[in-house]
Each structure stands twice: as structure tokens, then as C-alpha cells.
Write a protein that binds this ligand. Structure first.
Ligand code: DC
Length: 224
């Protein structure tokens, strides 16, 4: 199994890039953030507090989280229900980051991520620890980054497309808080793997980031 792993902070364009790369390379797209989000939604519905590690771990071991191809994108299924939109609200973003601090929750999620990948001949895995913990032997490791201002503008635009109007300051604050929490947690904090290629994409279009990353992947993987 060939793995391309992509890490980076919120709003760096990881998901967009990972989806396009997976499509171009004919690989499975493994959106690990969506898995933490789906678990956060399940916890929210079950009334489990984000601090309750024990119940969260139990839940992580019970829930069925799967992806289903849908043209060029994919749907996220939680116990068979399509939750693709429900997991993209600011509330669930915040909750996902809170539940992701627990070591037991991460262990369960990493096991699930490796099991999903094991069935594919190639995987583009995206999320904060995919290059460092989930797939430390990935053939290609990319670390996407952009300034907080750029990332907040992108996130605001993304939310607007979902019909959610949020003031810039609020979006920026949420991004900075999430960055801080993801980087400061004791278990698998967001960090740049030693052998990762850093792509600082301020001012780049999605297409520019994609073309650049695809060229890198093709070179590293030795595919035309
Ligand atoms: O990439 P995202 O915004 O969809 O991720 C949501 C949250 O899930 C993020 O704030 C931290 C957590 N997460 C994680 O801890 N490890 C991952 N591999 C992916 C996401």
C-alpha cells in the first residue's frame, strides 16, 4: 500500500488538496478529520461531555464510521447515516478538537484509519498526525501551511458557501484557539515531521497548490 500523508493546521487547504490528489492518483481519500468530527457528533447526540474520556473511548470503539464514494467527493456515514453536512458546523469543529486530546480516543481512531487504508492499493491520508503517528512510513509527507489571516479568510468563505455567516474576528479566533489546542495536546500534537515537505501556500490558488503537490508526488512515487 502506497501512502501520501498530508498534515497541517485548520484552513491550510488539506482537505481540498487531499481530495484532488486522491482523484488524480486513483487512491483512496482518507479524511481523518471527518472521523474525529463524526465521533464528536455522535458524542454530542449521546450527551457525552468532551472531558469524559472513558465514555468517549467506549463510544469510539462502538461507532461505525465509514466513507462512501460520491462522484469526485465522498460522503461520511455514521452508523449508516449520512452526516457529511452535519459534521461541518463550527460547533462540531470545536468539539472534534476537544475530544481529539484523549489518548484512548486517538488510539481507537488510528486503528480504524489503518484498517480502512489496509484495503486500498494507495491512500491519500489527511489530518493532524497522519505523517507523524498514523503513517510514519508514508512514501510522501506534505505539511501544508498558510498564515492565520489567509486561513481565516478561506474558512469564512467556506462557511459562507454553507450559508453560515460568521464575522472575520470570530473565525480567526476559533482558528487560533484550535491551532493552539491541536499543537499543545500531549498525545500526537500537530507538528512537522522531519521528512515532510512544507508547502507554504499564502496567495496560492487551490489549483496552484494541487499542481505543485501532484508534481512532487509523481516524482517521489516514480509515476508519470
Ligand atoms: O481537519 P479537521 O478540521 O476536519 O479536523 C477536526 C479536528 O479533529 C481538529 O481540530 C483536530 C482533530 N483531528 C486530529 O486530532 N487528528 C487528525 N488526524 C485529524 C483531526
Amino acid at each position: 500500500m502506497t501512502v501520501v500523508a498530508i498534515d497541517g493546521p485548520a484552513g491550510s487547504g488539506k482537505s481540498t488538496l487531499a481530495r484532488s490528489l486522491a482523484h488524480a492518483l486513483g487512491f483512496l481519500y482518507l479524511d481523518t478529520g471527518a472521523m474525529y468530527r463524526a465521533l464528536a457528533l455522535a458524542a454530542h447526540r449521546a450527551g457525552i461531555a468532551p472531558e469524559d474520556a472513558e465514555r468517549l473511548v467506549q463510544l469510539a470503539q462502538q461507532v461505525d464510521i465509514r466513507f462512501e464514494a460520491d462522484g469526485e467527493t465522498q460522503r461520511v456515514l455514521l452508523n449508516g447515516e449520512d452526516v457529511s453536512e452535519a459534521i461541518r458546523t463550527p460547533e462540531i469543529s470545536d468539539l472534534a478538537s476537544r475530544i481529539a486530546v484523549h489518548a484512548g480516543v486517538r488510539r481507537a481512531m488510528v486503528a480504524l484509519q489503518r484498517a480502512l487504508a489496509a484495503h486500498a492499493h494507495g491512500v491519500v491520508a489527511e489530518g493532524r498526525d497522519t505523517t507523524t503517528v498514523v503513517f510514519p512510513d508514508a512514501a510522501v509527507k506534505l505539511y501544508l501551511d498558510a498564515s492565520p489571516h489567509e486561513r481565516a479568510c478561506r474558512r469564512q468563505h467556506q462557511l459562507r458557501q454553507q450559508g453560515i455567516e460568521a464575522p472575520y474576528e470570530q473565525v480567526l479566533q476559533a482558528i487560533l484557539e484550535r491551532d493552539a489546542r491541536d499543537a499543545a495536546r500531549a498525545d500526537s500534537p500537530l507538528r512537522i515531521a522531519e521528512d515532510a515537505i512544507v508547502i507554504q501556500n499564502d496567495g496560492w490558488s487551490k489549483e496552484q497548490t494541487f499542481e505543485y503537490a501532484l508534481r512532487l508526488c509523481r516524482e517521489r512515487l516514480g509515476v508519470p
